[in-house]
Design a binder for this molecule. Structure first.
Ligand SMILES: Cc1cn([C@H]2C[C@H](O)[C@@H](COP(=O)(O)OP(=O)(O)O[C@H]3O[C@H](CO)[C@@H](O)[C@H](O)[C@H]3O)O2)c(=O)[nH]c1=O
Length: 599
């Protein structure tokens, strides 16, 4: 920072000298033009001595006003709207003061009273134009270099406009935007910094070939998976690579910059936008409470724990029968994997007595029950395992919760429990009914949440496909027409957390998951992304598997009282007294091998 007067003058001259000279010139031109106009181009009527004096005084006033309105003190970006506002104030002040001086000089000396009033708008325009030219010159210097790839932007809304501006002023950027794609006919003629809307998605092929673009950045904040799929198909046909922006909230929080675009992932194609949390209702039921999660070592359980800690429970008790999985969760949540603290509890939900003790000792107030056997084909082979874990295990957890007077219990279920055709589905359906029964017994908020397929969860299709591709294939797809509903792990966990806040006793909550996704499309897309030549073999639907899942069973209802994306269904209750292993087995169409195994 300059300290002495001489340093300050030198600093001003270096940084604002040129700008001030331009402003001074603008006033000089403004006043001269005003006089010429006022005297009807009769130059002989101009009194040069007094005119130069008025110009000199006005320039001094400009220096003072420019300083006071921060035009010469680095407050405004050159050529910005904020600066324009300051210029309006500056020019008005200078005009008023200079007008007083001109009035004193008087008409008789060749300075009409209207001269300054006519000069002000001319000067204002000149100052604005000068600044705009300076801004363009600055931006030209910041434009991405020749090596940047020619890029189209999909969406000319707020995000698209901001992206265009950012990319055009980032010399390091690898993308040079040359046009917008927007399906809204109202935006057809829009232009941002020379980048115009060139057409809609239907015109992409033509636009890509005309502009020689190689990339398409999706700049739509709430683009869902269906839209991503449409864009993906159109871009593939046009030879463009699709890129997506970091999430808007991360850009707004300045965690990510707009230039951090990344390639479209499978998750973008089949994932969707997370359900927004009703944080207020949630925070109160979790904050300061003792919260227990069964299956805390699993993909859902561990992510759930990660989200739960944000709500500041007084204790988060992670229960699992798998010690290694528990260690992973502890590492992720508690920042160490020493396993010598009581946030980790080693127990099998099949062990009723152990559960009872743990619950009485730790007195959880909220329970999330995520422990289960989940592989459909495995349970088709070993139905008794589903009975022991998913049915009796759930009953054990429910009873332990009842004994410890747990007030909120969320049982994690599956869409396979809706009109079940598999052992997995049947076992989870009974678990839902037992939960509903316990809601009646306790009068507390005991409810279930039904998931679709959770993207990327351990042992599911996505990681399996990735491994098959890595191994060189072939890719095993059960059926060319098979579809599934998908949700991401964070989305699934948010639903669970939200369910504990808005669900009512006995209910089953189901997330609106959009359109089901064709598994074959995912397989093809993943192969295409891998760049490998991998064969797809159709292996046939496995025993108990449905071609298309359903979200609600017959007569369960679909109300959405609190959240447009969450439906509340009702299941019947079943009391443990009438739970009957034989009857349960008899309901299912087991394979011969499985029948033989049933005890
Ligand atoms: C592993 C694999 C899967 N698939 C198909 C079968 C399914 O239609 C689809 C998804 O398979 P998975 O990820 O194993 O999911 P799926 O059998 O539907 O069951 C999952 O999703 C359910 C929710 O619907 C959960 O309740 C289950 O616990 C979970 O395992 O992909 C293939 O075509 N080839 C494969 O290699």
């Amino acid at each position: 920072m300059p300290h002495t007067a001489a340093e300050r003058i030198a600093h001003f001259a270096r940084h604002y000298g040129a700008l001030f000279l331009l402003d001074a010139l603008a006033w000089a031109i403004g006043i001269l033009v005003a006089l010429v106009l006022r005297f009807d181009f009769a130059l002989g009527r101009i009194h040069w001595g007094w005119t130069l004096t008025v110009i000199g005084v006005t320039i001094v006033l400009q220096l003072i006003a420019g300083w006071l309105t921060w035009l010469y003190r680095n407050r405004y970006a050159i050529g910005s709207f904020d600066e324009v506002r300051a210029i309006v104030i500056d020019v008005t002040c200078v005009m008023v003061c200079a007008w007083v001086f001109a009035f004193l000089v008087g008409y008789g000396n060749g300075i009409p009273r209207s001269a300054l009033v006519i000069a002000a708008p001319i000067t204002f325009s000149l100052m604005g134009v000068a600044r705009y030219i300076m801004r363009l010159a600055n931006e030209r210097q910041l434009k991405p270099g020749d090596e940047a790839e020619i890029t189209l932007l999909y969406g000319c809304g707020y995000l698209g406009v901001e992206t265009a501006k950012r990319l055009l002023t980032d010399a390091q950027s690898t993308s040079l935007p040359v046009g917008f794609i927007d399906d809204d006919p109202v935006k057809r003629h829009q232009e941002v910094r020379g980048v115009r809307v060139l057409g809609g998605l239907a015109d992409l092929e033509r636009i890509a070939s005309e502009t020689k673009a190689t990339k398409l950045i999706v700049c739509i904040g709430d683009a869902d998976a269906a839209m991503m799929r449409r864009v993906d198909v159109a871009a593939a046909a046009s030879g463009l690579t699709v890129l997506v922006l970091p999430p808007l909230d991360r850009i707004l929080q300045n965690v990510s910059s707009i230039s951090e675009v990344r390639e479209l992932s499978i998750e973008d194609i089949i994932g969707r936008h997370p359900v927004r949390l009703e944080t207020e209702s949630i925070a109160s039921y979790l904050q300061g409470k003792r919260v227990l999660v069964t299956g805390a070592g699993g993909s859902i359980g561990s992510e759930l724990c990660r989200q739960l800690v944000k709500f500041k429970p007084s204790e988060l008790i992670m229960l699992d029968r798998d010690e290694t999985a528990l260690q992973e969760s502890q590492l992720a949540i508690s920042g160490h994997g020493l396993l010598d603290t009581n946030d980790v509890v080693l127990a099998d939900i099949r062990d009723a007595e152990a559960l009872k003790q743990i619950f009485l000792e730790r007195k959880p107030e909220v329970v999330f029950h995520a422990a289960a056997l989940k592989h459909l084909p495995m349970l088709e082979q070993y139905p008794d395992e589903a009975w022991k874990t998913n049915v009796l295990g759930t009953l054990n957890v429910l009873r332990a919760a009842q004994g410890a007077e747990v007030g909120t219990f969320v049982n994690i279920s599956t869409d396979k429990a809706a009109n079940p055709t598999s052992v997995l589905g049947h076992s989870k359906r009974v678990a839902e009914k037992l939960t509903a029964w316990m809601a009646e017994q306790t009068g507390q908020r005991y409810l279930s949440v039904r998931f679709g397929n959770v993207l990327g969860s351990r042992g599911s299709m996505l990681p399996t496909f990735r491994k098959l591709i890595a191994a060189g294939g072939p890719m095993t797809v059960t059926h060319p027409d098979v579809t599934r509903y998908f949700m991401t792990i964070p989305e699934a966990c948010q639903l669970v957390v939200q369910a504990g806040g808005i669900g009512r006793p006995r209910e089953v909550l189901i997330l609106e998951m959009g359109e089901p996704v064709l598994i074959l499309d995912v397989a093809k897309r993943m192969i295409a992304q891998s760049g490998k030549d991998i064969e797809i073999v159709f292996t046939g639907l496995r025993h108990g598997e449905k071609l298309h899942e359903e979200l609600t069973g017959a007569g369960e209802g679909d109300e959405r009282p609190f959240h447009p994306m969450i439906s509340h269904a009702h299941v019947d209750t079943i009391s443990p007294e009438v739970l009957n292993h034989e009857g349960w087995v008899a309901r299912m169409n087991l394979t011969v091998a499985a029948e033989e195994r049933v005890q």
